[in-house]
Design a protein around this ligand. Sequence first.
Ligand SMILES: C=C(O[C@@H]1C=C(C(=O)O)C=C[C@H]1O)C(=O)O
Length: 407
Amino acid sequence: MNKNLCKSTTEVNINISTFENAIAWALNEGYGIACYRLPESACFQLMIDISGKPMRCQEEIEQLPTGFIFSPFDNQEPRDAFYLTAHLMLKSGENEASCNAEEYYPQRDALNQYLQNTAETPPFRYHQPTENSDPAITPRAEFIRLVNEGIEQIENGHFLKFVPSRTKAVSLAQFQLVENLKQMATEYPNAFVSFVSIPDVGSWIGATPEILMHMDQQSVFHTVALAGTQPFPEDGDLKNVAWRQKEIEEQALVSRYIINILKKLRIREFIEKGPKTVKAGNLIHLKTTFEIDTKTISFPDLGNVMLRLLHPTSAVCGMPLEASEQFLKAEEKYDRAFFAGYLGPINAEGESYAFVNLRCMQILGDHAILYAGAGVTADSSPEKEWTETELKCNTVGKIIQTPRESN
Ligand SMILES: C=C(O[C@@H]1C=C(C(=O)O)C=C[C@H]1O)C(=O)O
């Protein structure tokens, strides 16, 4: 693919009707798919797994064929995550799909014929989970109770921080999958924008600001500590932003969590930068970046090891991990499913990524569920945390509920 086409300074490059037709074809055939746009890129990729089954990661990520990892929140091992192999691929700017082996020529040819001959996209048949996973919708009072109860636990010394979350139901009346993906990519240039649909597992769309694991083309490992939230300032100037002690501590706990893991692995050669204020759509966060050259320290499978040890970080669960996780499991009153799990392309163009599945939505029949959480420490105000989750829900909620001019 022409790399210049994908520079984020160019307009987001996606042929809407080609992607719509390819996605409709794959879903109607019963195939699993992932359609995504990496941060700072203007290009989308579509991966299609033609096995038609929800497959798990069979290998360590370093050994996997090109594909896409999709892990629920409740997961101990990268091997338990779902994995889509990229049997067929379609990229922005191209009107024909390619395949990863000769044996998939028939499916590739069928898709390309479909792309040539289909004028009007049929409705999408989004894959749905086999188990009833319509989660309970969190009332405001219930979330506030949860925050107050957790603060009490913090005061009693059970943990230092926890990250309660909630759900919100929204209508899909204005939803236009590919159009909305394009809008998210345009409005949130730093986000990882994705749509994943796996038979019997479900369909999720999101625009997350948080990298959990990135192994780049030079085998340098990257992760981040992202926490602390404020609305994006009205004057748009990030230099004047002030953070309260509460957010500074909340984010420092996430950095500490990462450093503790590096210590356990006896890794001393890492580059830490930040914290610095970063924009994530309608919000801003504090972010520290960590970089490790895995060649220098002779640790080629660090990506897999870190994925296992990092998830769930204290940006989405709490600190210390076990006590806060137990509390959330007992008190949160719904299944997070894939919210705050991780997802991303693996061994694609020499790189692997796993992003934390935040600012996301599950598509269920004619409605959808938004998910959002907020870090709570001893100094948190329950009402403010609720407002924060509303703002986080808006990242995707605003885009999928805005009528388009042509509607
Ligand atoms: C939990 C979420 O976001 C996380 C929590 C944050 C916070 O507590 O301030 C900020 C960024 C993310 O690490 C979410 O978006 O749902």
